[in-house]
Design a protein around this ligand. Structure first.
Ligand SMILES: Cc1ncc(COP(=O)(O)O)c(C=O)c1O
Length: 427
């Protein structure tokens, strides 16, 4: 007790100093006078520039959201049908912290396959998440707490937000080679070399299909080799699957990388999003799942992910979960959904073919094979930031400065104008 007085005096002194600092900064400039403007999000910046352009022929190839051949946003028929079923029957109560159980059960089957052994063994921890971003953020936080010191290896390049997500969760980020500018394809050798040299016990972030931004995916044989290497090196695979069905038009085929890793015995993690493949962008509906060693481990892991979610947002929204649950839970509606996803994927594949043909017709002598070889929503065109600027300035065609074209913005009406403009800025 005799030591209490100096300690209390020290505390009083520290509090006084804190009040002085606060009051001087408050009186000088208000509470937040030291807050600087955050940099603009590169993708939202593209949309702003597009909106400010009054050219009626302007084209927005920035945003990664599906559009039909008339450039209109689409609500899937199966979503409208599910809405009718759900409408008026809904209580507005909270969902549990981990979300709608019947939804997560169906999601996991969609990702891993109906008859996946890990599901039969009840060793998958799964929670409903705030779409793909929310799944990645939950996982990053889980990693920070339960894989202390482990780094995450991220493909170069990747969806830009991955970097923000792992930074905010204070997880160390390392990169691995993925894209080869010369071929505009996969740098498989670089990828294997970098992961061969990676620190054991690290996490490797993989895009399950339709890699963003490159549109470049490994072949099944390459996935097999990668899986073997990662087993040998004790690297943990975390699959970000934001586009299941959107790449090939077939949900099982788009899930094959995950199935290859599961067959090899990996206990992997997976982030799913229904933003693109069900067009539920604004509903923020997704699923985070981690395959565990056994049922008890899965239960513990799930409980800790829920503890993270509880403090972040308490529990997830109900509407989107009910829609997806309805669609995946009704066999004929699920089949219709498969058809609708296939339709969207095929329109994008058709636009790739048309764009490549038009580029060749325009007289361009550059190689444009990668336009059709790449897959999914994006085409990594290979044009320079300066050429992107020229496209905007002289042709009212907008895309991110890394030359990424959102193929969803290409239509049979604007594809020839796009090809001609691309030819012009690249010749
Ligand atoms: C690779 C990747 N992961 C995750 C997401 C997250 O999307 P959302 O949070 O809308 O589901 C996206 C969206 O563009 C993406 O491309």
């Amino acid at each position: 007790m005799r030591h209490a007085a100096p300690a209390a005096r020290q505390l009083q002194h520290t509090c006084q100093q804190f009040r002085t600092i606060c009051s001087s900064s408050v009186s000088a400039s208000g509470w937040f006078g030291n807050v600087e403007q955050a940099p603009k999000d590169p993708i939202l910046g593209v949309t702003e520039a597009y909106l400010a352009d009054d050219n009626p022929e302007k084209i927005n190839l920035g945003v990664g959201a599906y559009r039909d051949d008339l450039s209109k946003p689409v609500v899937l028929n199966v979503v409208r049908a599910a809405e009718e079923k759900v409408m008026g029957k809904l209580f507005m109560e909270y969902l549990p912290i981990g979300g709608l159980k019947s939804f997560t059960e169906k999601s996991v089957k969609l990702a891993y396959g109906d008859s996946a052994q890990c599901i039969q063994d009840a060793r998958v921890a799964a929670v409903q998440s705030l779409s793909g971003t929310g799944s990645c953020r939950l996982f990053a936080e889980f990693m920070h707490r339960y894989m202390p010191g482990a780094a995450v290896y991220i493909p170069k390049p990747t969806w830009a937000n991955h970097h923000n997500i792992f930074r905010d969760a204070q997880v160390e980020q390392k990169g691995f080679r993925y894209y080869k500018p010369d071929t505009r394809g996969l740098d498989f050798e670089g990828l294997m070399d970098d992961l061969q040299a990676a620190d054991e016990g690290s996490v490797v972030l993989l895009h399950a299909c339709a890699h963003n931004p490159t549109g470049v995916d490994p072949t099944p044989e390459q996935w097999q080799q990668l899986s073997k290497l990662m087993l040998k090196k004790h690297l943990y695979p975390f699959f970000d699957m934001a586009y299941q069905g959107f790449a090939s038009g077939d949900c099982d085929r788009d899930g094959q990388a995950i199935r290859i890793f599961l067959d090899d015995g990996h206990n992997l993690g997976c982030s799913q999003s229904y933003a693109k493949n069900m067009g539920l962008y604004g509903q923020r509906i997704g699923c985070l799942s981690l395959v565990c060693a056994d049922k008890a481990e899965a239960s513990a892991v799930e409980s800790q992910i829920k503890a993270i979610a509880r403090a972040m947002y308490s529990n997830p929204p109900v509407h989107g979960a009910l829609l997806v649950d309805n669609i995946l839970g009704t066999p004929e509606i699920k089949q219709q959904w498969y058809d609708e996803v296939k339709g969207m994927a095929e329109r994008i594949i058709d636009m790739r073919t048309l764009l490549q043909q038009n580029l060749e017709k325009s007289g361009s002598s550059l190689p444009w094979k990668h336009v059709t070889e790449q897959i999914g929503m994006f085409c990594f065109s290979g044009i320079s930031p300066e050429q992107v600027d020229l496209l905007a300035k002289e042709h009212s065609i907008y895309m991110t400065r890394n030359g990424r074209i959102s193929m969803a913005g290409v239509t049979s009406r604007n594809v020839d104008r796009l090809a001609a403009a691309l030819h012009k800025v690249t010749s």
